[in-house]
Design a protein around this ligand. Structure first.
Ligand code: SAH
Length: 345
C-alpha cells in the first residue's frame, strides 16, 4: 500500500532510500521539493533521476488537507475548519498579536480528557491526527499567510498532543529540521494537561521545544473537580515528572492557569500556586475563562487583577493572556471537531 510521504521524518525516509539502493542525499533533495518548493507531484522533482521519481510514485502519495471554512474575528484571529480525508473535521487558529503570528495547531480529532472548562473534548474523541495531517494544517496556513509570516507554532488546538506522542514528535521533527521547514525550536510549544510519562519521554528526546502545562489549580481537590486527569496523575506525581523534565531540559516551563469565577481565583489559590511553583524555573500564563457552554463563569476584571497582584507579591512571574477570537469561538478552549451542535457554533 502506498504511504503518505509526509508521515516520514528525514531519518526514516533515509532508511527507505537505503532499502531501495538510492543515495541518502536524495533525502534532502526530496524534502526540499516537498517542504520548500512545495511540489504537488513527484514528477515535478526535476533534479531527480526518472527511476527515483518512479520509485517514489510507486511507494508514496502526496496528501492535502482541505480548508472548508475560514472565519475572521474582529481582532484579526482566524478560525480554520479543515476537512480530513475520512470526513472528519478539525479546527485550528491563526492568531496575530503585534509582530507575532501564532499558529495554533490541532493534534487529535476531539479529545479524551474531558476538562470541564474546555469545549474541544465535549464531542468526545475520534482519533489521532497523523503526522501528515498536522503538517498539512501548517502547509495550509503557510498558503494563507506565507511561511515567513508565521512566528510561533503552539500545539494548543484540539486534542492532547502528548496523547498522540509519536505523530506529534514526528511533525515537530519535520518542522525543526533545517532540511524540512527549518522552524525555530524555541518558537514551538507543546501544551499538555499533564501526562507524566510522556512529559518524561519528551525530556529525554531533548528537542529544545517549549513545554506548557495546563495547571488551573494548585490543590488536588480543585484540580480534580475540573480536570479528570488529576485523579490519575495528582499534583505530586505531575511535579515529580516536571522536576525530572527540568533536570534534562533547562528551559522554563509555562503553567497555564484558566481563571474561573468563584472557583480558583481567591487569594488562597494564588498563595497555594506560588508555594507549589517554588523552586521551578517557570512562568504563569493566566487565561480568563472563555465561555464554552459549561456551567462556569469568566472572572471579573477585579478578580483577574487581585489574583495577579497576589502573584506579583509572591514573586511569581506571570503574564495575562488576552482573549483572542472570542466572537468567532476561536479562543482557547473553544476549538472543536467542527461537527457539534449548531446552537453553540
Ligand atoms: N490538551 C492540551 C492542549 C490544549 S491547549 C492541554 O490541555 O494543555 C489549550 C489551552 O487552553 C489549555 O491550557 C487549556 O487548558 C486552555 N483552555 C481550555 N478551555 C479553556 C477555556 N474555556 N477558557 C480559557 N482557556 C481554556
Amino acid at each position: 500500500m502506498k504511504q503518505d510521504i509526509k508521515n516520514y521524518t528525514l531519518k526514516k525516509f533515509e532508511g527507505f532510500l537505503k532499502e531501495n539502493n538510492l543515495p541518502s542525499y536524495c533525502g534532502s533533495q526530496i524534502f526540499s521539493w516537498l517542504y520548500q518548493k512545495r511540489v504537488e507531484e513527484f514528477d515535478q522533482m526535476s533534479n531527480l533521476a526518472k527511476k527515483t521519481r518512479q520509485i517514489l510514485a510507486k511507494n508514496f502519495f502526496l496528501s492535502k488537507i482541505e480548508l472548508k471554512k475560514r472565519e475572521v474575528s474582529k481582532d484579526g484571529t482566524e478560525k480554520l475548519l479543515f476537512a480530513l480525508a475520512d470526513n472528519n473535521f478539525v479546527e485550528a487558529a491563526l492568531i496575530p498579536e503585534g509582530r507575532r503570528l501564532t499558529f495554533c495547531v490541532s493534534s487529535q480529532v476531539g479529545c479524551k480528557f474531558g476538562c470541564k472548562f474546555c469545549f474541544s473534548g465535549k464531542g468526545g474523541f475520534k482519533r489521532n491526527l497523523s503526522c501528515a495531517e498536522i503538517i498539512n494544517q501548517y502547509l495550509a496556513v503557510v498558503d494563507l499567510a506565507g511561511a515567513s509570516k508565521i512566528t510561533n507554532i503552539v500545539f494548543m488546538g484540539v486534542g492532547e498532543p502528548l496523547d498522540n506522542f509519536i505523530n506529534t514528535i514526528k511533525a515537530i521533527r519535520l518542522l525543526i529540521n533545517p532540511k524540512g521547514f527549518g522552524f525555530s525550536k524555541r518558537r514551538i510549544s507543546i501544551s499538555t494537561c499533564g501526562l507524566t510519562r510522556e512529559i518524561e519521554r519528551l525530556a529525554k528526546l531533548d528537542l529544545g521545544i517549549k513545554l506548557s502545562v495546563s495547571l488551573h489549580a494548585a490543590d488536588d481537590i480543585t484540580r480534580s473537580k475540573i480536570m479528570p486527569i488529576n485523579k490519575r496523575y495528582p499534583l505530586r506525581v505531575l511535579f515529580n515528572s516536571l522536576n525530572r523534565f527540568q533536570q534534562n531540559q533547562k528551559q522554563e516551563i509555562t503553567f497555564e492557569y484558566v481563571l474561573i469565577a468563584g472557583l480558583n481565583t481567591a487569594r488562597g489559590h494564588a498563595l497555594k500556586l506560588a508555594r507549589l511553583l517554588r523552586g521551578i524555573k517557570c512562568k504563569v500564563n493566566l487565561i480568563p475563562y472563555n465561555e464554552c457552554g459549561a456551567d462556569l463563569r469568566p472572572p471579573t476584571e477585579k478578580e483577574v487583577f487581585s489574583f495577579s497582584e497576589e502573584l506579583k507579591k509572591q514573586g511569581v512571574f506571570f503574564t495575562v493572556r488576552k482573549p483572542k477570537g472570542r466572537d468567532i469561538k476561536a479562543a482557547c478552549g473553544q476549538l472543536s471537531r467542527g461537527t457539534l451542535p449548531v446552537s453553540f457554533r
